[in-house]
Design a protein around this ligand. Structure first.
Ligand code: GLA
Length: 382
């Protein structure tokens, strides 16, 4: 990919670029908790986006998307959002960098990668973090990773109108090979947990669907959590987010919140507990226990938080039936995208065949299988 980017850059812009790479991410467990200052457990993956970038001594950014074979231009000092277009993520990051006081001049960029769009591997975070990393390198700005992650999150909030949390860009920025990041979304700091799976592997199954309501439902769930916090704060004084509510307080929470809000709050409160348990089980090599937590997470996301869909539920349930699968659950925002599965290496082929057949029969859609491995985060590439 890097060679293809260089070649394309030379053809279009007739000079040598510098290079950067930013990965997509998986999440082991801890879904829909980041925007309530809770805990998540993501890892960067090997799949990602490569960038070639160089100064062009003007005020224009001239961008070429290798994958879409499409160009996009904007003035680096004055531009406005263009929701739904890939160029929006680039403008969003430049806007954040401008606001933070970094001097950004005109640049040329070619980018392309191997993250299936819509799979839930967060190609948007990889794009944003990669743009930040390459601009930081090009103009010698030395922007801290944490700032890049925060700018990427804010850019998506403001430019795309998706009120996402910090997890995706944070994982893309801080990923470490063979480790997952136990991330505290209040302090925005993490602990690296070694992931050694022995005879097991992580495998994603892509439903290849993305239901339309995904973004609006996401924002609604976030608002529901905020509403719960508002209601609860008269009893639980001093709470800021659902992260501040302990599992032992659930009966009391239940007696206060309307039913609809309670089931959502319950998911967030218990999912935080599961993240800590998952951290312990992975540290002590208890993969079976970790698999059980994945299953509990899925059930909670599906029944209580209501962000799953028929296709994801089908894939998770089919996988739970198989003895060689330790765990399976929907991953990411929901309403489509992938399930993440922990299964025995020597049954992978059998699993793929069986799932492909049953999923095709049920939905008339071929699923895709994506092999993933915890990998290093965003970086300049020599
Ligand atoms: C999306 C968002 C993240 C996170 C997950 C759900 O991936 O971008 O911030 O909220 O959904 O865990």
């Amino acid at each position: 990919m890097r060679e293809l980017i260089t070649k394309s850059f030379l053809e279009i812009f007739a000079q040598e670029p510098i290079h950067a790479f930013a990965p997509g991410r998986i999440n082991l467990i801890g879904e829909h908790t980041d925007y309530q200052e809770g805990f998540v457990f993501p890892a960067a993956v090997a799949q990602g986006i490569y960038f070639g970038i160089q100064k062009n001594n003007s005020n224009s950014a001239r961008i070429h998307s290798f994958d879409f074979n499409e160009d996009f231009r904007f003035d680096v000092k004055s531009f406005s959002p263009r929701k739904g277009h890939w160029g929006n993520y680039i403008m969003g990051m430049v806007s954040q960098l401008n606001q933070a006081g970094y001097e950004i001049e005109g640049f040329d960029m070619v980018f392309g990668g191997n993250i299936p769009v819509g799979s839930g591997l967060s190609s948007s975070a990889a794009l944003s973090v990669g743009v930040g990393t390459s601009i930081s390198g090009l103009f010698d700005l030395d922007i801290p990773k944490k700032s890049l992650a925060l700018y990427a999150q804010k850019s998506e909030n403001l430019f795309e109108g998706l009120n996402c949390g910090i997890m995706d860009p944070y994982a893309s920025a801080f990923g470490k090979a063979d480790h997952a990041l136990l991330l505290d979304c209040r302090s925005n700091s993490h602990e690296e947990v070694p992931i050694s799976l022995g005879q097991y592997s992580l495998l994603l199954v892509n439903t290849n669907v993305k239901h339309k309501l995904a973004d609006s439902a996401y924002n609604k769930r976030r608002s529901a959590c905020e509403e719960s916090v508002d209601i609860l704060s008269s009893t639980f004084t001093g709470i800021k987010t659902l992260r501040d509510i302990a599992e032992a307080d659930l009966p009391k929470v239940k007696s206060i919140l309307p039913k609809e809000l309670f089931s959502k709050a319950k998911h967030v409160i218990l999912e935080d507990v599961r993240v800590h348990q998952a951290g312990e089980s992975l540290r002590s090599g208890e993969l079976g226990k970790f698999g059980e937590l994945m299953k509990a997470s899925h059930k909670s996301l599906s029944q209580d938080y209501e962000v799953s869909c028929e296709e994801l539920d089908f894939l998770a349930k089919e996988s739970w039936k198989k003895k060689y699968v330790l765990g399976s659950r929907m991953m990411g925002g929901g309403f489509g995208g992938c399930t993440i599965n922990l299964l025995e290496n020597n049954h992978i082929l059998e699993f793929k065949k069986s799932i492909a057949t049953s999923y095709l029969a049920a939905f008339n859609i071929e699923p895709d299988f994506i092999e993933v491995k915890p990998s290093d985060g965003a970086r300049l590439v020599k």
